[in-house]
Ligand binder design. Sequence first.
Ligand code: ZN
Ligand code: ZN
Ligand code: ZN
Ligand code: ZN
Length: 475
Amino acid sequence: MAKERGLISPEDFAQLQKYMEYTTQKVSDVLKLFEDGEMSKYIQGDAIGYQGFEQFLKIYLEVDQVPHRLCLALFQSFHTGQCLNETEIKAKVVCLSDVSCYFSLLEGGRPEDKLAFTFKLYDTDRNGILDSSEVERIILQMMRMAEYLDWDVSELRPILQNMMKEIDYDGSGSVSLAEWVRAGATTVPLLVLLGMEMTLKDDGQHMWRPKRFPLPVYCNLCELSIGLGKQGLSCNLCKYIVHDHCAMKAQPCEVSTYAKSRKDIGVQSHVWVRGGCESGRCDRCQKKIRTHHSLTGLHCVWCHLEIHDDCLQALGSECDCGLLRDHILPPSSIYPSVLASGQERKQSKANQKIPDDTSMYTFEALRIDPVSNTHPLLVFVNPKSGGKQGQRVLWKFQYMLNPRQVFNLLKDGPEPGLKFFKDVPGCRVLVCGGDGTVGWILETIDKANLPVVPPVAVLPLGTGNDLARCLRWGG
Ligand SMILES: [Zn+2]
Ligand SMILES: [Zn+2]
Ligand SMILES: [Zn+2]
Ligand SMILES: [Zn+2]
């Protein structure tokens, strides 16, 4: 696809996300430096040139060198005007207020503000409406994001085109700001697909956790032993095990946490990964799996069955998610909202009133359609509770369930989890933390005005709690 003005590629956006995760700077502080501090030489009025923009990013992201491509792409995205080459674009200026607005919205902001800002960014002729060519550019941007996320793009284009038509409620042929905000807050994952919502973490990254092994294990990458009692890294998702120094060289994680195409929705298949057969016995033929080398055998990352390679043929492909099936959301029951059938989308739209406070209602990129008669668990963990217990419990639940069910309270607070689960029938909440954490969650649930209030269980974390006893919660 041709590189168009005003489009940040999903790769660039992912890179930006990474930087923002680690920076401790706030936009407001950086802005002060530029407005009346040592950086003021870079701005004139509200205009900032390429060099100044680069300085802004360096300070804000706390890096010595911002990758050239990222810097240029971002700068270009703030520049309204015709398509220019690199030398031409570097001679231009952008508005500091746009730049600071963009980053402060990424830091967190009300959805309606984010929507208003994206509207302004895509309304390139600044006439207050999005005409058909501007809408076409938005669709293009969303397709690129979807492609990057590995969604089935062939299914998507007609759906997105249709949605953009539906956004134009009054049928005027163009989209007004009011129509845009209304759609983005209720029915269309605009913010996600336009890169203004950081919540949709993509698959492909291993979730490494440090681990000591009670039995001799072998590195899935270099196949050498990770000595007894030595520490290695284990992926919470695919259960790969590697030496610390091998992690960098590992292939991307192949386990998906959600369905990316309509054909993957509904029925879950086993997801077999080599090695990791800790029990040493085959769940099909009951014979021993040679344990002296941990890379023999296969295990399913969802039901945790362990089998011989030779026993694979004899097993069906369908995975029932094993002992924890009542609590698990398998990937087949989570999928991009835009892939829901048109019928379903219309229904959910009809059911939805426009709330005064859109913060709890912003359209989710992914939706949940749980296996019938199960009780998916929504887990909140405060990793700081109970000394090191909290972090261990977080890892444990990410391992046992789908990591998309498990929320780190220190990172995101309770809202994203509650929003994601608000329409899930039969769901249950588990809070892992101290008294303060529990109070916080209960209060948030109370305020959220959920259609059905889910039952809440508590796994108390604190000094003096017997973790093993507590973990038997719910069988
Ligand atoms: Zn992995
Ligand atoms: Zn290794
Ligand atoms: Zn399985
Ligand atoms: Zn076997």
